[in-house]
Ligand binder design. Structure first.
Ligand SMILES: [Zn+2]
Length: 301
C-alpha cells in the first residue's frame, strides 16, 4: 500500500515520534490581545502545561525514549524552567513560531522577522539552532520553504502529503518533510474551548487512542511514519496521559518500533538518500503560482 517505504534503521518496521507542541498561553494572547489577561479560566487551561510537561518527561524516562517538542519561542522565554527540564532529559526542541503567529496573515517581511527571531531564542536557550519547524496551526505559507532552506533547517513537520517522508523542493533547494495529519492531532479528539472558538465533542481517552492506534497499525504493517501532534495541556491531562503510557507500552511490546526524535528521523532519511538506499518522492513548490485560471471564466462560488 506504500510504494516506497523507508528502510528504517536496525530492520525496524515503523518510525514513531510523539511530538508535543508547547503553545501554552501564546495562542490566547495572539487571539485575544488586550483581553487575554482577564480570561483566567482559559488561561489556566493553557497554563496546565507547567503541570503536564514534567509528567510527560517522567513518562518518557520510564519508557526510555527521547522525543521532540515544538516550541513557540515566546513560551520558552516565558517558562525557561520547562525548557531546562526538556533539555536535561535529552529531548529535541524544534521551532514553532515566535508567538504562534500565522504566517499566512503576515507580509513576507514580517513572516521572516518572526521566523528569524524564533531561531535566535532557540539558539540562545538551547545552544544550537533548531533543525526542524512546524508551522503554527499548520499555517505554512508560500514563503516558508525558502525561509527554512535559507536558515539551514533539515526538516519541516507541518504538511500532510504522504505516509512517509518526502522532499519539498523550490528554486532555493530542498528540505525533508516529515508529514502527519489531523487524525494524529489531539485537538479534534479532545478540545472544547469556547474562547478559542473550538468546540468538539470530547472523546474518552480510549476512543482517541483507538484512532492513534489504528494509524499505528497501518503504519506498522506498511513501513510508514507515525507522528503525533499533541499538546501537553490537552493530552497531558491525567486520564489521557495515563492512557498514552499504555499506548507506548503496547507499541514497544510489538517489537520493530523505532521511537526517535524528528531530527534523528530526518538525519536517517537524509543518510538513506545520500547512500542511495532510498529515493523520496519530490514535491516541487509552489503548487500554484496564482489562483487557477478557471476561476476567472465565470462565477463558481
Ligand atoms: Zn501550536
Amino acid at each position: 500500500m506504500i510504494s516506497n517505504p523507508v528502510p528504517w534503521p536496525d530492520g525496524n518496521k515503523v518510525a514513531c515520534a510523539i511530538t508535543f507542541d508547547i503553545d501554552t498561553d501564546s495562542i490566547l494572547h495572539l487571539e485575544h490581545g488586550e483581553n487575554a489577561p482577564t480570561m483566567l479560566s482559559t488561561m489556566t487551561w493553557l497554563k496546565y502545561d507547567v503541570v503536564a510537561i514534567p509528567r510527560i518527561l517522567e513518562m518518557y524516562k520510564k519508557y526510555e525514549i527521547k522525543q521532540t517538542f515544538f516550541y513557540p519561542a515566546w513560551c520558552m522565554e516565558r517558562y525557561p524552567a520547562l525548557v531546562e527540564m526538556i533539555l536535561e532529559g535529552g529531548h529535541e526542541i524544534a521551532a514553532h513560531g515566535y508567538l504562534h503567529e500565522n504566517p499566512n496573515k503576515l507580509s513576507p517581511e514580517d513572516e521572516l522577522y518572526w521566523f528569524e527571531r524564533q531561531i535566535e531564542v532557540i539558539r540562545k536557550m538551547t545552544g544550537k539552532r533548531p533543525r526542524g519547524w512546524r508551522a503554527p496551526l499548520y499555517n505554512y505559507s508560500k514563503y516558508s520553504t525558502d525561509y527554512l532552506i535559507d536558515q539551514g533547517f533539515i526538516y519541516d513537520a507541518s504538511l500532510m502529503g504522504d505516509d512517509v517522508p518526502y522532499i519539498l523542493k523550490t528554486d532555493k533547494g530542498q528540505i525533508i518533510e516529515l508529514p502527519s495529519h489531523w487524525a494524529m492531532d489531539d485537538w479534534p479528539h479532545y478540545t472544547h474551548a469556547p474562547d478559542m472558538h473550538y468546540m468538539m465533542p470530547i472523546k474518552s481517552p480510549d476512543e482517541a487512542m483507538n484512532v492513534f492506534m489504528s494509524e499505528f497499525e497501518a503504519m506498522y504493517k506498511y513501513g510508514g511514519l507515525w507522528v503525533t501532534v499533541w499538546h501537553p495541556f490537552v493530552s497531558g491531562r491525567l486520564a489521557r496521559c495515563e492512557r498514552v503510557g499504555v499506548l507506548i507500552e503496547e507499541m514497544q511490546n510489538r517489537g520493530g518500533v523505532w521511537f526517535a526524535t524528528m531530527e534523528e528521523i530526518a538525519n536517517h532519511v537524509q543518510a538513506c538518500i545520500d547512500d542511495g538506499s532510498w529515493s523520496p518522492r519530490i514535491d516541487e513548490l509552489p503548487y500554484y503560482d496564482a489562483p487557477i485560471a478557471e476561476l476567472k471564466d465565470r462565477a463558481l462560488a
